[in-house]
Every structure is written in C-alpha cells, then in structure tokens.
Design a protein around this ligand. Structure first.
Ligand code: 13P
Length: 280
C-alpha cells in the first residue's frame, strides 16, 4: 500500500475517535439522587456526535438508570464486577450479569487496588472477563506518590499495563480504554494538580508500550484518557494534550454544572482542532 494512503487511513481513524468523558460517581448517590442528577445532565448536555459521555454509578443504580437515560447522549459503565461469570461468590456481581446493561467497566481503579487489595493477576482476569462478556474495559493505571518520588513511574505503569492486557488480542486492545490516573492526583488521595506536559510523557509511554507489544496500529487506535482532579476549569488543558482521548472524572462528575462544563470544554476543543485541520 502506498505510504500516502496508509497515512490517510490513520488520519481518518484518529479523526473518527470520539472524545470520552466519563463520570465515576464512586460510592455516592442513591437511586433517587442518581435519577435527579441524570435528569439535570440531560437538560444541559446536547447530543454530540464527537463526544461520548459515560456515567459510572453504583452497582445498585445501574439497572434503573439503564431505563431512564437517553441512549443517544449517555452510556453506562460499571465501577467493578467479579471475574467469574457465576458461582458461589457471596455479595458479588459478574460481568456476565451486566452485559445487557453497561457498555463499559472501570477495572483496576487505584481505590480497588489499595482498599480491596486487587492485584495484577485479579485485574488481568477482570479485564479478560469484561471482554469475554462484550463489555469494554476502562483499565486504570497509575503510580503512587512514593513510587513517583522514587522514579518508578514507568516500571509501575509497565507492570500494571502489560499484565492486564496479556490475555487480549490486538483487536481487543484496540477497542479498550486505558486511563492514566496517577494516585497522587486523585482528589481523595492528595489531589495534586498534574501538569499536562507530565501527563503527556506517561501517555506517550503507554502508547509506546502497546506499540512494542502489539504494533503501531493498535497503539494509535486504543483510547488513552486522563483522570485525577479534573474539573470544568482545567479539563481543557488535559483534553488538549496530543493523544489524549478523554477524561475520567470523579468528584466533579457529581455536580451537573461542572460535569456538563467538561463536556462543553471537550466540544470546544474538538471544534478548534477540526478548524485547525481544515486550515480555518
Ligand atoms: P477525582 O476527579 O475526584 O480526583 O477522582 C478521579 C478518579 O478517581 C476517577 O476515577
């Protein structure tokens, strides 16, 4: 294939990517509070073709919200599920049970790694279980403050990433989402505002690792997003990073002004980048 046609296929592929804005509500909002928040968001958020808005409420709230949401505007994500499809695992819900309700599942969040002792192998098995059940994993990776201070960021990211995707094919990796969430930047763990330049270096490293193992096409197609104290004021700085496909929002996703403001920022950046590409 001629080089110019290869480049144009890659360009079209990159242009086709929709910006992902994901709200991780964590263990907040009961059923009626969640319903009110969705109602407020539906009033404010338009039906964008270039942006995909994903809500990750608690497990309890997923089912009722799945019948309430306007599916042209929102998709749902689980915050967790069990790696086995069924069996004697009291208190657990499997990916198999969620497959008709959610498009996505957050896996490997630092709160699950730290508070619930999920290790690299458990996370690898959860990623495989999600894929097996037709659910797209949003794999979270990120180093702690101590690891960062010790210069271990790349090692930590490498180990978390390579183990988690080791059972997947290139096509399965191309469909997934990798969220870089440095633990020190998450509001409840420290909330240090990360500099976009520093984030870009780690995002580039993530793509480089994927490229080394699965090839350039896979590394360019997989969506890489950022999470950590993102709100409506600073979202634009992260969304503007070359190669950043979206943001994973915690605290600010519980506030409809802030969350819809982040979607507006994503839309502005999409339009600006579109204008630049078209030479306007
Ligand atoms: P904050 O946006 O509250 O820092 O949380 C980030 C996060 O953990 C999203 O998954």
């Amino acid at each position: 294939m001629a080089k110019s046609s290869t480049i144009s296929i890659v360009t079209v592929m990159l242009k086709m990517k929709r910006t992902l804005i994901i709200g991780n509500w964590k263990m907040n909002l009961n059923t009626s509070q969640a319903s009110i928040l969705v109602h407020r968001l539906e009033e404010r958020i338009k039906n964008h073709t270039n942006i995909e808005v994903v809500l990750a409420p608690s497990m309890l709230v997923l089912q009722p919200l799945s019948t309430q949401i306007d599916r042209r505007k929102f998709r749902l994500a689980a915050q967790n599920a069990h790696q086995k499809d069924e069996g004697a695992y009291t208190g657990e819900v499997s990916f198999a049970m969620l497959q008709d309700i959610v498009h996505y599942a957050i896996i490997g969040h630092s709160e699950r790694r730290i508070y619930f002792h999920e290790n690299l192998d458990t996370i690898r098995d959860k990623v495989a279980a999600a894929v097996r059940n037709g659910i797209t994993p949003i794999l979270c990776v990120g180093e702690s403050q101590t690891e960062r201070n010790a210069g271990e960021t790349k090692r930590v990211i490498h180990d978390q990433l390579v183990t988690a995707i080791s059972n997947l094919t290139s096509a399965e990796i191309e469909n997934m989402v990798i969220a870089y969430e440095p633990v020190w930047a998450i509001s409840t763990f420290g909330g240090i505002l990360a500099k976009p330049d520093d984030i870009k270096k780690v995002m580039d490293y993530i793509r480089h690792q994927v490229s080394e193992l699965y090839g350039k096409k896979t590394s360019e197609t997989v969506r890489v997003i950022y999470g950590g104290s993102v709100d409506d004021h600073i979202a634009g700085g992260y969304l503007d990073i070359d190669g950043c496909d979206g943001v994973l929002v915690g605290g600010a996703s519980l506030n409809y002004h802030k969350f819809s403001g982040i979607v507006d920022a994503a839309n502005r950046i999409h339009n600006k980048n579109g204008d630049e590409q078209n030479g306007r």
